[in-house]
Design a protein around this ligand. Structure first.
Ligand code: GTP
Ligand code: MG
Length: 370
């Protein structure tokens, strides 16, 4: 049963159903939105629309459609995206704050009130790093399950006075599952009870072998409280990023991932979006999950209005017609009609799915009660 409905295929490509039907007609097939086509036809069609096909497995209906592939000559270096993970209270937020404070130019230091969950810092040697602040493990998992691979590097924070704890292990598993390289930040080194070697040996049990134990995972001793070791940590990140040779094409329609979103009383729905490819501009029309919109304003991590945001840049997006969810993918499309149609389709599909789940539960309950 390798098949997909025309409507669903159009949705995944972020194309209009009518355009897909038209294209199928050209291929000699008369089908409607709800009819299914086989995987081979779907593949032809996807390529016809300039998208790339990724078959999860050849017996699987699931076909994840990515953006059309960029020509190597269009790709330019982009900043790495770093997610800080670790056990509760091990100092993730403190570490991020400390990095940010030491890196924000003096004039702005007083004004760091804006907190959009993601921000960029520039290291001494000029490399730019994008940090993700908010993602708790749930958001990270949800993003990964939605195929939004937002993180290039995980910084695993482990408190030197507490060593490896349950959420440390969870974070290790997340990083491994996502195949994202890890850097260990051994934090709270200023504490008298700090025992960094306990952290290192604990990590061994979870197959994380740090450099000091002759492994290849970089480990850096830091203190968010005193700022000690932060430069070394940034260096380690920059080094890891260099190895990854991260690239993107700034000259295309933007796609990105929602880091967080909320309904703001004064401004309406606001989403923090991390641009992953292309450049997002004021006036762009987009779909994001089940919502759509037209970019009314873009606000950077310093709270300033900007006209555009390129790859790896986090921005707040205003101009949404509804509030998307963390992990939703944003795609810029050509027309408002297209955006509206895709969003409507997704909303309806989600509703149908919820109804189906509801029905199943009821049936199960009926059976259980019988
Ligand atoms: P959650 O977001 O709740 O998971 O915690 P977190 O990992 O973000 O930890 P947070 O930064 O909130 O720090 C927890 C506590 O540890 C706070 O009281 C911090 O002041 C303290 N702390 C963080 N880093 C250091 C450090 O390097 N040295 C010392 N002495 N205390 C620290
Ligand atoms: Mg925190």
């Amino acid at each position: 049963p390798e098949a997909i409905t025309v409507g669903e295929l159009a949705n995944r490509m972020a194309e209009r159903t009518s355009d897909v039907v038209k294209e199928l007609m050209k291929m000699g097939m008369m089908v409607t939105q709800t009819e299914t086509i086989d995987a081979d036809t779907a593949e032809l069609l996807i390529e016809e629309f300039g998208h790339k096909v990724v078959r999860v497995s050849d017996s699987d209906v699931e076909q994840v459609i990515e953006q059309a592939e960029d020509k190597a000559s269009d790709l330019k270096p982009r900043a790495p995206i770093i997610t800080i993970m670790g056990h509760v209270d091990h100092g993730k937020t403190s570490l991020l704050d400390a990095i940010r404070k030491t890196r924000v130019v003096a004039g702005e230091a007083g004004g760091i009130t804006q907190h959009i969950g993601a921000y960029q810092v520039t290291t001494d040697n000029g490399s730019v790093l994008s940090f993700l602040d908010t993602p708790g493990h749930a958001a990270f998992t949800s993003m990964r399950s939605r195929g939004a691979h937002v993180t290039d590097i995980v910084v695993l924070v482990v408190a030197a006075d507490d060593a490896v704890m349950p959420q440390t292990i969870e974070a290790i598993n997340h990083a491994k599952a996502a195949k994202v390289p890890m850097i260990v930040a051994i934090n709270k080194m200023d504490k008298p009870s700090a025992n960094p070697d306990k952290v290192r040996t604990d990590l061994l049990q979870h197959e994380v072998i740090v450099e000091k134990m002759s492994g290849d995972v970089q480990d850096v001793e830091v203190s968010a409280a005193t700022g000690a070791g932060l430069d070394k940590l940034l260096e380690a990140i920059a080094l890891q990023a260099e190895i990854l040779e991260l690239k993107a094409n700034p000259d295309r329609a933007a796609m990105g991932a929602v880091i967080e979103a909320q309904l703001d009383v004064g401004r309406g729905p606001v989403a923090t979006v991390l641009v992953q490819n292309g450049t997002l501009r004021q006036g762009d029309i987009f779909v994001v999950g089940e919502q759509w919109g037209k970019v009314r304003a873009l606000i950077d991590d310093k709270g300033d209005r900007v006209k555009e945001a390129g790859p790896s840049v986090p921005v707040e997006v205003l101009g949404l017609n509804g509030t998307p969810e963390a992990g939703d993918v944003l795609n810029v499309v050509d027309t408002e009609a297209q955006a509206r149609e895709i969003a409507d389709y997704r909303m309806k599909a989600a509703k149908d799915k919820r109804a189906a789940i509801g029905a199943a539960t009821t049936l199960e309950q009926l059976m259980a009660n019988a």
